[in-house]
Design a protein around this ligand. Structure first.
Ligand SMILES: Nc1nc(=O)c2c([nH]1)NC[C@@H]1CN(c3ccc(C(=O)N[C@@H](CCC(=O)O)C(=O)O)cc3)CN21
Ligand SMILES: CC(C)C(=O)C(=O)O
Ligand SMILES: [Mg+2]
Length: 278
């Protein structure tokens, strides 16, 4: 299993890091077997699995349950779990308690948290307690209410400078990696070069140290809206719809189940059974 030192080596050698989300055992198994370097149990689960319109309603219990399932499906892959909305903002004591549950109960190897500012203290507290932390800057979906929508971040000179400074603070606080979401590619490249820890991009261009995408986006499963930065490598929705429509049709037309899907009783047993029926 690759771990934090492995990801650091990948950055040094220029080998790109391929990260993907997973939320349950089968998605995690697929990711592991296909060679994903690390799995993120993202709070995007709230949107792609539970049908909420943001990540805000996701709870710690939800993330523990998803993490347990992912670990069972991908026992040999490093698993990072998102700390949900407002579970790392009431001081380091509560942050440590909540991260402890994701790790001890969920089985996460590391946790991820969005933003800088006060969050930097939480990152220090966790890393000094032995918990690897991944940070997340740029478009931070848990702050959708403050950001006023899912928009590209760091576009102005001022915002770009602020983001670079935050990234440096996060590195100093001991984070092992940073996710950079929805920023101009030139800013993402600069941050990746200025930091020694791996920068994983999503909607941040090709010059970061790695990429992350949501499982459902990669395979084309269950999406209405697809962000510009997504490449769908399959159209699983159409495969699912075709299979289910065929099933429904065969039931209606009595072509399913067939002999091979059916259990039968032996002749003698049948006789005594029928004989016993009143
Ligand atoms: N399926 C899915 N994929 C994701 O990548 C994802 C989620 N869900 N849920 C949690 C967050 C939310 N994310 C999002 C959602 C929407 C946009 C979006 O609408 N982007 C616009 C850019 C708008 C602009 O130009 O500023 C786009 O057109 O892609 C971006 C990231 C990323 N995460
Ligand atoms: C999109 C990634 C970075 C994420 O935070 C999530 O899936 O929740
Ligand atoms: Mg997330």
């Amino acid at each position: 299993m690759k771990t934090t030192s492995g990801f650091q080596k990948m950055k040094s050698s220029g080998e790109k890091i391929a990260m993907m989300t997973a939320y349950d055992a089968p998605s995690a198994r697929g990711a592991e077997q296909a060679g994903v370097d690390l799995i993120l149990v993202g709070d995007s689960a709230g949107m792609v699995v539970h049908g909420y319109d943001s990540t805000v309603p996701v709870t710690l219990e939800d993330m523990i349950l998803h993490t347990k399932a992912v670990r069972r499906g991908a026992p040999d892959t490093f698993v990072v779990t998102d700390m949900p909305f407002l579970t790392y903002h009431e001081g380091t004591k509560e942050t440590v308690q909540n991260a402890r549950r994701l790790i001890q109960e969920g089985g996460a190897h590391a946790v991820k948290m969005e933003g800088a500012g006060n969050v930097v203290d939480s990152i220090s507290a966790l890393t000094s307690g032995g918990v690897p932390v991944m940070a997340h800057l740029g478009l931070t979906p848990q702050s959708v209410g403050v950001l006023g929508g899912y928009k590209v971040q760091g576009k102005s000179d001022e915002a770009a400078h602020a983001l670079l400074e935050e990234a440096k603070e996060i590195e100093s606080a001991g984070a092992f990696s940073i996710v950079l979401e929805c920023v101009p590619k030139q800013l993402a490249e600069l941050v990746s070069k200025q930091l020694s820890i791996p920068v994983i991009g999503i909607g941040a261009g090709k010059d970061t140290d790695g990429q992350v995408l949501v499982y459902h986006d990669v395979i084309g499963y269950g999406n209405g809206f697809v962000p510009k930065f997504v490449k769908q490598y399959s159209d699983v929705d159409s495969i699912i719809e075709k299979a289910i429509a065929e099933y429904v049709n065969e039931v209606k037309e009595q072509r399913f189940p067939e002999e091979q899907h059916t259990f039968t009783m032996k002749e003698e047993q049948l006789k005594s059974f029928y004989g016993g029926v009143k």
